[in-house]
Design a protein. Structure first.
Length: 182
């Protein structure tokens, strides 16, 4: 994960559901040679979500330190050390958790951006691109879609590298993709 010969401080990997974004982000992290840390933001409410989480765990294997934080992502990022590279999977679930817990979205987003910038290690964030589909029929859905779009823009702005993944293939939006990851 290099940008002009240096390790990128922050990378955003975007994509739709089942686009291959998480798997691509995992490969990107492992290719860095740094100590991988996985921050999982999901909460398991049903058997289908439990199966999704299990699929991610099996694919990753045991090389990763795992931190499960559905809401306190900022606190988890503050614990990351130099020499570590953290994969946040994913910002979409984190934002959903924030909204459902009735936290102030704007304040949480500001705090997250600051934590990404201040993180001692490198950060790779995975997020869903939710604005390419139909307009949600209810107010909460529209509020979430808008907040997610804004968060994605903000994280992309502070990132050295931004990648959109579709059908498992990366499209670089910003920065330079390291060789050998396609």
């Amino acid at each position: 994960m290099t940008q002009n010969g240096k390790i990128s401080r922050s990378t955003l990997v975007l994509g739709g559901a089942r686009s291959g974004k998480s798997e691509f982000a995992e490969r990107l992290v492992l290719a860095s040679g740094l100590t991988p840390v996985y921050i999982a933001t999901s909460e398991v409410y049903d058997s289908e979500m439990a199966q999704r989480v299990e699929t991610h765990k099996l694919r990753r294997g045991t090389a990763w330190k795992v931190i499960e934080v559905p809401i306190d992502l900022v606190g988890a990022l503050n614990e990351i050390q130099a020499g570590q590279i953290v994969l946040i999977d994913c910002l979409t679930l984190w934002l959903s958790n924030i909204m459902l817990a009735d936290h102030d979205v704007e304040t949480e987003q500001i705090n997250l951006l600051r934590a990404i910038n201040d993180c001692q290690g490198q950060v790779v964030s995975v997020s869903n691109e939710v604005g390419m589909g139909i307009v949600p029929e209810n107010r909460l859905g529209r509020r979430f879609r808008d907040a997610q779009g804004i968060l994605n823009q903000q994280v992309a702005q502070i990132s050295d590298l931004a990648i959109f993944v579709a059908a498992g293939l990366p499209l670089v939006l910003k920065g330079t993709l390291p060789k050998g990851l396609i």
